[in-house]
Design a protein around this ligand. Structure first.
Ligand code: 5MM
Length: 328
């Protein structure tokens, strides 16, 4: 087994998962302002530090996905965040896409930016200690969405990105997020997610990417957030696992989920039942942002005196989510 295979497998080992702390500046602003905290570089740094210095994160986290600004920042005692995470046995990862933008001529659809200077940026991250990377596309479900062109662009972009990352010795995490927003049924979500993953892995193969050295970050399959009939954890687990069976090559070692706007409870319950029912060849775990950080963000609210309580809440969320990852 080569190094990429080992890293890809280790990112989803039993009992552990990934923290997605890679919100772009725009998203970080939204998060901070939602709790009345001012959006500035120091507050963003403090917010990240809260999570990275919480006692015991290494027991539940295999990796953390960072955003460029955070990747180069230091904790209050001067330790670079990357070194701090490494010292806790947590692999540093980096988001290398440059977020999404509207797709011309396809109203409602988006494409992912970030190929300009990608090779140079990847080299810098390797030197800086990154072990894996992440690239996210979004796929929206609607009357005429996703369009064939949107899927085509997503698949080619994702394959090209994954090939570039493996070429410099890092593990690419591929994240084609099928959005939860909308009134679609779980059946529609299953059809679109299956098609999305099939198209993506087809191009990944065409680009000679080593699928045993990548991690799939997927959305769960469930009815849209405005659908009259919401999905139960059993329905989510069955539809999600059916989707993977129909689309994910068995050599892929690890699949991790995004929480995508599900409540913390939903994200935990759904993960637990998926883990219990998973008979596939893949390890399945989590790579949540909101479902891990949300409750701590509310407690912290930008005030340093709230950090201990926010950290305690974070460890509680990690414990629950890591147990769910093991089907408990
Ligand atoms: C879908 O978002 C990813 C997982 O987060 P959730 O568990 O909250 O759904 C997340 O890693 C996302 O890719 C980053 O937050 C960056 O997103 P932006 O929109 O800031 O590029």
């Amino acid at each position: 087994m080569n190094n990429l295979h080992e890293i890809a497998r280790d990112l989803a080992v039993p009992g552990k998962g990934i923290l997605a702390a890679d919100e772009s500046l725009k998203t970080a602003k939204k998060r901070l302002e939602s709790v009345g905290a001012e959006d500035n570089e120091e507050n963003r740094r403090m917010y990240r530090e809260l999570f990275f210095t919480a006692d015991g994160i290494g027991d539940y986290l295999s990796g953390v996905i960072l955003f460029d600004e955070t990747f180069w920042q230091k904790s209050s005692d001067g330790t670079p965040f990357v070194k701090l995470l490494e010292s806790k046995g947590v692999m540093p990862g980096i988001k290398v896409d440059m977020s999404t933008a509207p797709m011309p001529n396809f109203p409602g659809e988006e494409f992912t930016q970030g190929f300009d200077g990608l090779a140079q940026r990847l080299e810098k991250y390797v030197e800086g200690g990154a072990k894996f990377t992440k690239w996210r596309n979004v796929i929206r479900i609607g009357d005429t969405m996703p369009s064939d062109m949107n899927l085509r662009e997503m698949a080619i972009g994702m394959a090209h990105y994954a090939a570039a990352v493996q070429a410099v010795g890092m593990v690419p995490m591929v994240e084609p997020e099928v959005l939860l927003e909308g009134s679609h049924t779980i059946e529609q979500a299953e059809e679109v997610t299956t098609k999305t993953l099939q198209r993506m892995f087809e191009e990944i193969k065409n680009y000679n990417v080593d699928v045993a050295g990548l991690v799939l970050k997927s959305s769960m399959v469930l009815a849209g957030d405005k659908a009259p009939k919401q999905s139960t954890p059993e329905e989510v687990a069955e539809a999600t696992l059916r989707t993977f069976e129909a689309s994910v090559p068995e050599e892929v070692p690890s699949i991790v989920f995004l929480s995508g706007g599900q409540t913390t409870q939903q994200a935990t319950d759904n993960l637990q039942v998926i883990a219990q029912k998973n008979n596939g060849p893949w390890q399945i775990s989590f790579s949540y942002a909101r479902a891990l950080q949300g409750p701590s963000l509310t407690i912290w609210a930008g005030k340093s005196e709230n950090i201990p309580a926010a950290q305690e809440k974070f460890i509680e969320r990690l414990k629950e989510t890591a147990a769910a990852r093991d089907g408990k």
